[in-house]
Design a protein around this ligand. Structure first.
Ligand code: FES
Length: 568
């Protein structure tokens, strides 16, 4: 109760007043003497991914009380991918500030962070890392799969697949509406290897979640038992003073990055892990990450790159099955919220069984990691491609640029029958980066122009400074840094320029003579600020957001990096 007293200039009076008010909640002196475990309530009527948060809180409460603590829930903002304008990424840092400041402002000895939907897990971890009070993550868990005419469906890989079929005229309005009702059939997070699943698995690998927690479906009773165990463990964390900085160490981040590569995870996770690590003064070196990728194969056979779903991975043993295979590549001595190392957790887990979701290290799905880092004159600060989700024949490709100046321009012209575009062209989207959009929306999955889609074109090389949903797939270059809005090389691309992608060589080049580029650089002017840019959160965002290679965190929230990983 003495933690973070309200400032009245008289500490004993502050404590006296605090006790008077908390007693109005009906607590006894005995209850108030227990370790207090805060629980973030991220429920919202707009967030179906968090529909089960009330029952999870009930289970966490039970776990805390059985372990002798006092649970106290408190609200934070919540974010759902489809209910966050202009994009949830724009609000991730706001949620992290909310989490950090509320954890710090209230007298909690430990906190259970309940997240799930894409941006909530990184936001809560960023906040917890900065507040540095004992914390444990509990995710809401993945949805179960849906079904359409006997075909298994998953959000949102199949959302995109069916929408592409609708755009191509392969299915009619009646069928697309029927599919719409089946894509998200239960509470929980998207059940493919999207950002929510990726971040859940990376968080467990980071050591911030009890073993097994990433994959248990949201609606299973096991999820409730896991929540109860998380509550109980939070009381122990409070007593042990096991703070996030002791768990989220450089070794732990290396383990999380390895897992990201081996699961063929969402490209968004590299931005989020960079932001979380940045709060702890740990910098993630993209070239080091790429080197790590060359020796970390993809083992997990999940959509969008494979064929299974999260509930199948849960039945296959969840993250532990992956970690067991990856053990030679892991930093086994990294501490976790269990109070034991990740190596000890693996050793104590039940032995594996025959399954076909996680491949052995000796027989991977893809011999390199899912994500490759590109450099070149078009992306001097780096760009990302999810090579495990790209078409083999486009991994080395040179094509003519078809440029869209903004999201609005894309929406207006992409389906214009008069658009001059061929299947071997390169679609380029500008001004969709952290500052440009703003918020770096998941617009990198540029739709195949309708006239090409109708001719059966399924994939094209696409480039932008935007992000892409982890549930999407295609030959898509993302996170081009620096972005268009700050005068990055993407700003200089013109219609008809030739662009060369060479994933094996990790190169992305704009094939325009340097003298011509210099001329364009001199002529380039930043976009005129809009009226709404001058006030409120948007002003703060535009002034403070960093580029993708620094996690798109606010510059004043990150801690100056004193260590860079992965080490060579
Ligand atoms: Fe919430 Fe996909 S929309 S996890």
């Amino acid at each position: 109760m003495r933690r973070g007293l309200t400032a009245y200039g008289d500490e004993e009076f502050s404590l006296f007043l605090r006790k008077a008010f908390i007693k109005a909640m009906g607590y006894s002196d005995d209850a108030l003497e227990r370790p207090i475990v805060g629980i973030t309530n991220t429920y919202s009527g707009f967030n179906a991914c968090h529909r089960t948060v009330p029952e999870l809180i009930e289970a966490v409460n039970r776990g805390v009380m059985l372990a002798g603590g006092l649970p106290v829930e408190f609200p934070t903002i919540t974010l759902h991918e489809s209910f966050a304008h202009p994009t949830s990424m724009y609000l991730r840092n706001l949620m992290s500030i909310d989490a950090e400041e509320m954890i710090r402002a209230q007298p909690v000895d430990a906190v259970v962070l309940i997240g799930g939907c894409d941006k909530t897990v990184p936001a809560l971890l960023m906040g917890a890392a900065s507040a540095n009070i004992p914390a444990i993550m509990l995710v809401t868990g993945p949805m179960l799969t849906g079904d359409h005419h006997g075909e298994r469906l998953g959000a949102c890989t199949d959302c995109r697949r069916f929408w592409a079929r609708f755009r191509a005229g392969e299915i009619d309005e009646r069928e697309i509406n029927a599919v719409n009702a089946k894509l998200a059939p239960s509470a929980g997070t998207c059940m493919v290897m999207g950002t929510a699943s990726t971040m859940a698995l990376c968080t467990e690998a980071l050591g911030m979640m009890l073993p097994g927690g990433a994959c248990i479906p949201a609606v299973m009773s096991e999820r409730m038992r896991h929540a109860e165990a998380s509550g109980a463990r939070a009381v122990a964390l409070a007593k042990e003073r096991l703070t996030p900085d002791r768990i989220m160490t450089p070794d732990a981040f290396e383990n999380a990055l390895r897992v990201l590569l081996s699961i063929g995870g969402s490209t968004n996770a590299i931005v989020h892990l960079t932001a979380i690590a940045g709060r702890l003064g740990i910098g993630i070196d993209l070239d080091g990450f790429d080197r790590m990728g060359r020796e970390t194969p993809v083992l997990v056979d999940l959509k969008p790159t494979g064929c299974h779903y999260m509930e199948d991975l849960d039945k296959a043993g969840g993250l532990t099955t992956i970690l067991r295979e990856m053990r030679p590549l892991l930093k086994s001595t990294a501490l976790t919220v269990t109070g034991k190392t990740i190596g000890e957790n693996i050793a104590e887990a039940p032995v594996g069984w025959k399954q076909d979701v996680v491949r052995p290290l000796s027989n991977p799905i893809f011999k390199e990691g899912g994500i490759a880092v590109l450099r070149g004159n078009l992306a001097p600060g780096g760009a990302i491609i999810k090579q495990s989700a790209a078409s083999r024949e486009l991994m080395r490709h040179t094509g003519r640029a078809v440029v869209f100046e903004s999201l609005e321009d894309l929406a207006k012209r992409v389906d214009d029958p008069k658009l001059d575009v061929n299947a071997d062209d390169v679609l380029v989207l500008k001004n969709a980066g952290p500052k440009g959009a703003p918020g770096m929306p998941e617009a990198g999955y540029i739709p195949i122009p309708k006239k090409l889609a109708k001719r059966g074109v399924k994939d094209m090389m696409r480039i932008s400074d935007a992000r892409m949903s982890g549930t999407a797939f295609g030959s898509i270059v993302l996170h081009v840094t620096p972005e268009t809005a700050v005068g990055g090389a993407l700003a200089l691309v013109g219609n008809g320029d030739r662009i060369r992608l060479d994933v094996p060589a990790r190169r992305l080049e704009l094939l325009v003579p340097e003298a011509e580029l210099e001329k364009r650089r001199k002529a380039w002017k930043p976009a005129r600020p809009r009226k709404e840019d001058a006030r409120g959160y948007r002003k703060l965002f535009l002034e403070s957001v960093t580029q993708a290679d620094r996690g798109c965190d606010f510059d004043f929230l990150a801690t100056r990096s004193t260590i860079r990983i992965p080490k060579a």
